[in-house]
Every structure is written in structure tokens, then in C-alpha cells.
Design a protein around this ligand. Structure first.
Ligand SMILES: Nc1ncnc2c1ncn2[C@@H]1O[C@H](COP(=O)(O)OP(=O)(O)OP(=O)(O)O)[C@@H](O)[C@H]1O
Ligand SMILES: [Mg+2]
Length: 228
């Protein structure tokens, strides 16, 4: 599903450069749960941005579900992202001026899905994350855990083949974080979707099929026995 080979990324700093990724390799099979760990500043978010096509590598290959992102134009990368990828962020990133239902439908509307279907799909997902009765509310009326449940529904609305999550439980207390983690796992891996998650959380590492450690710009993979 995901194949990174020799990915390099550097940022200009002062008169020189900072090499954030120095030949990173990463392979994740379809339907697997991958956890990405590393110190603050190691380049985890940078790596996710390259996988999502928001940013481009300086060198190497980023192949998502058979598509070479580094060979696409910016416009095609944007279209690819909208159709094939789902994102969940630490701070939910819901659109504050849209209702819960409108947030969940956002990509469906953008992708040209007919309104009745988009509405039904949004409601089915909200049902699944336990927020069917909050469809008309605005995000600022919801708790952190509820906002993250909406964000999960939004990330999955267009049936992405790969879901990327950047510390999705980082802003939540331990119990709420576990609920979110269970939900994410149930709605992704349990249905054959691939999930790559940046995390520091032990319970996530224990559930992962593979733990990727990012240090000094390189990734090392450690296979785990799935199912704890
Ligand atoms: N657009 C940018 N321009 C310059 N430097 C950047 C840019 N984006 C990131 N960096 C630098 O790249 C390094 C990696 O940043 P990144 O955000 O990927 O780290 P991270 O592993 O996600 O850290 P954290 O755990 O704190 O979120 C940092 O040193 C950061 O300052
Ligand atoms: Mg980060």
C-alpha cells in the first residue's frame, strides 16, 4: 500500500541546510496498522506530509497504492489526496464555520458526490462514531473527544485506501484517547484499510503490526505480532 524508498528532504537554515530525511525507507502492507515514532523534530510530520503529497521530497520515491506521487503535478497530487487519503490531526482541525454534518461531508461535496448520498453517508458515519444526534451542532460545542470522533468520520467519508493520523490522541486524556484508538482501529484495520499513525502512546505501539522509528533522518522498522 505504501512504499517509500530513499526519501530525502532538507530545509534551508541560515546559510546552509538541515537534512530532515536522509534516505528514509518505509513499507506498509494493505490493511496494516503502522506506528511512527521518533523524538520531537525528528521529521515525523514532514514524512506524513510527503506521503500525503502536501509536500514534495528532494529525492527518492513515494508510492501510495501503486501511484508515484513524486511524478504527479501539484494539481494531480491534490486530486489524489482528496480521493485516496484520509487525515486525522492532533487538534482535530474541523472547520469552525461548518456544522458537524458539513464537516463530515466536506470531501464528498468537493469530490462531486450528489447531496442526498453525501448526507446519508455523513449520517451513517456519525451514527457509527456515536454522534448521530450532533449533526447540526458546530464543532466548538463539542468536547475534544467528540471533535476527534467527527474528525475520524470526516477522514473516512470518501473511503480512503490509506489513513494518516498525526498524534490523534495527543490532546486527549488517557481514557478518551483509548476510546478514540479503539474507534480508529475498528473503522480502519478491522475493515482492511491501512493506517499509519504518529504516536508516543504505548497502547498504540502494542496494537501496531509494525513500529517505524525515525532517527537521524532514517527509518527502522520493527515487526510486531498483531493482536497484542
Ligand atoms: N517548512 C519548514 N521549513 C523549515 N524547517 C522545517 C519546516 N518544517 C519542518 N521543519 C524542521 O524539520 C524538522 C522536523 O520537523 P517535523 O515537524 O517533521 O518534526 P516532528 O517529528 O513531527 O516533531 P514533533 O514530534 O514535535 O511534532 C524540525 O527541525 C523542523 O524545525
Ligand atoms: Mg509533528
Amino acid at each position: 500500500m505504501l512504499n517509500l524508498r530513499g526519501v530525502t528532504k532538507r530545509y534551508a537554515e541560515g546559510a546552509g541546510f538541515r537534512d530532515v530525511l536522509a534516505g528514509a525507507d518505509l513499507q506498509l502492507e494493505r490493511g496494516a496498522l503502522g506506528a511512527l515514532v521518533g523524538k520531537s523534530g525528528a521529521g515525523k510530520s514532514t514524512l506524513l506530509n510527503l506521503i500525503s503529497g502536501i509536500d514534495q521530497p528532494d529525492g527518492g520515491e513515494v508510492v501510495v497504492d501503486g501511484t508515484h506521487l513524486e511524478k504527479l503535478s501539484e494539481r494531480d497530487r491534490t486530486l489524489f489526496r482528496r480521493q485516496h487519503l484520509g487525515f486525522i490531526f492532533q487538534f482535530y482541525n474541523l472547520v469552525p464555520t461548518l456544522t458537524v454534518e458539513e464537516n463530515v461531508r466536506f470531501l464528498l461535496d468537493l469530490n462531486g458526490v450528489a447531496a442526498p448520498q453525501a448526507r446519508d453517508r455523513a449520517h451513517a458515519l456519525l451514527e457509527e462514531v456515536g454522534l448521530a444526534d450532533r449533526a447540526a451542532a458546530f464543532p466548538d460545542r463539542l468536547s475534544g473527544g467528540e471533535q476527534q470522533r467527527v474528525a475520524i468520520a470526516r477522514a473516512l467519508a470518501h473511503e480512503p485506501s490509506l489513513v494518516l493520523a498525526d498524534e490523534p490522541t495527543g490532546d486527549l486524556d488517557g481514557d478518551t484517547g483509548l476510546v478514540i484508538l479503539d474507534l480508529l482501529e475498528r473503522m480502519t484495520r478491522a475493515r482492511g484499510r491501512t493506517l499509519l499513525m504518529v504516536t508516543h502512546d504505548e497502547s498504540t505501539l502494542n496494537r501496531a503490526d509494525v513500529v517505524f522509528r525515525l532517527a537521524s533522518g532514517e527509518v527502522t522498522a520493527e515487526r510486531r505480532t498483531p493482536g497484542r
